[in-house]
Ligand binder design. Structure first.
Ligand code: MRU
Length: 352
């Protein structure tokens, strides 16, 4: 299977039992099995978002968009009044707090509820279509910029580091940071990708590595703790990551561990690139200090595969994201082009 064809989130008019469903690639079972989970209720969709069956900011946004349609269909089946429907849509919107795409997409699609289910589904489809287009555009912009900045002398292939999973699985398709990497590979300009395993839930080792295998892109999976050393030893030319929310001053929330990569890149003097669609830019949030950071369950860091690895008396600290100061982001790539954030061109100046 070529991951260009992967669709993490789709709408299915008639799932197994004939009920309309949001159909999700179950990312908890990768890389071992590629299977879909069809959810037919708001509760099941929220559970899927919380358990990371579907994850990655744009993919959660798409799931939220179709979630509005799902709530309408369930409401019709179960006789909900408008207040109940609005409350259920609000629950979908709040399923995870950090990725602003969820709120943006739910609000955009929910604005069409009065026009009926066909209009709602058309809007959710548009969210998906536009995200896919945005990813291809940012892939091209990001690759152009990196080839100029990270390999200015000649046409040697690049060694890039990435964190978490930002590929087709995390989006409507193709990917953001992984989309830039995929574009570089298509141009014959990738020597190797260093994919951080991404503790504690291993989105890098399980999902990014799986996508890289599908694409035939040479890569190494490394422990998160190896990233700074790999960068400081000069073994990579650039780091490329995605984002869950970018504040107006360029501060960027992304998977926990990202800020350490940015610090190492700054020290080494190599580009730290953030690739994200404009739906991830939140001009209503002034700085990273105002971005809500999801704190997940302690067991995710205290256990492995259900087996306790830390002493019984230990407490866990499990922030799912961290914030990289905008001053450490060399370049922000969106579908509209490249902003050189660290050079003083803040998202708010050109993305209004
Ligand atoms: O907890 P996750 O797996 O949803 O976290 C995902 C990330 O941090 C991604 O880097 C981000 O959402 C961008 S996905 C294109």
């Amino acid at each position: 299977m070529n991951s260009q064809e992967l669709r993490a989130v789709t709408w299915t008019a008639a799932a197994g039992d004939g009920t309309p469903a949001v159909s999700l690639i179950d990312q908890t079972s990768l890389p071992h099995t590629l299977e879909r989970l069809d959810v037919t209720t708001v509760d099941a969709l929220i559970d899927a978002i919380v358990r990371l069956v579907v994850r990655g900011a744009p993919a959660i946004g798409a799931a939220g968009g179709y979630g509005v349609a799902l709530a309408m269909v369930q409401g019709e089946r179960e006789g909900w009044d408008r207040a109940r429907l609005d409350a259920e849509i609000a629950r979908v919107r709040a399923a995870r707090p950090t990725a602003v795409n969820l709120m943006v997409c739910v609000d955009r699609v929910a604005a069409r509820v009065d026009e009926g289910i066909a209009a709602v589904l058309a809007e959710a489809d548009a969210v998906v279509r536009e995200d896919l287009e945005a990813n291809h555009a940012m892939g091209a912009h990001g690759a152009d910029w990196l080839l100029k900045r990270a390999a200015p002398d000649g046409d040697r292939p690049l060694r890039v580091l990435t964190h978490c999973n930002t590929g087709a699985l995390a989006t409507a398709g193709w990917g953001t940071a992984l989309g830039v990497i995929r574009e570089l590979h298509a141009r014959g300009r990738i020597e190797a990708v260093y994919a951080d395993e991404t503790r504690p839930l291993l989105q890098g080792a399980r999902l990014t590595a799986w996508e890289l295998v599908q694409e035939g892109i040479p890569h190494y999976v490394q422990a998160d703790g190896a990233a700074a050393g790999t960068i400081l030893r000069g073994e990579v030319d650039a780091a490329i990551v995605g984002a869950d929310r970018i504040a107006a001053n360029g501060d960027t929330a992304n998977k926990v561990g990202t800020v350490a990569i940015a610090l190492a890149c700054a020290h080494a003097g190599i580009p730290f690139m953030v690739a994200a669609p404009t739906t991830t830019v939140d001009l209503g949030t002034a700085s990273g200090a105002d971005i809500p950071i999801e704190l997940r369950g302690e067991d995710e860091v205290l256990e492995w595969s259900g087996v306790r690895t830390a002493p019984a008396a230990s407490r866990g600290h499990n922030p799912a994201f961290d914030v990289t100061p905008g001053s450490l982001v060399t370049a922000l790539v969106t579908e509209r082009g490249v902003l050189e954030v660290a050079a003083g061109e803040l998202p708010g100046t050109r993305l209004k």
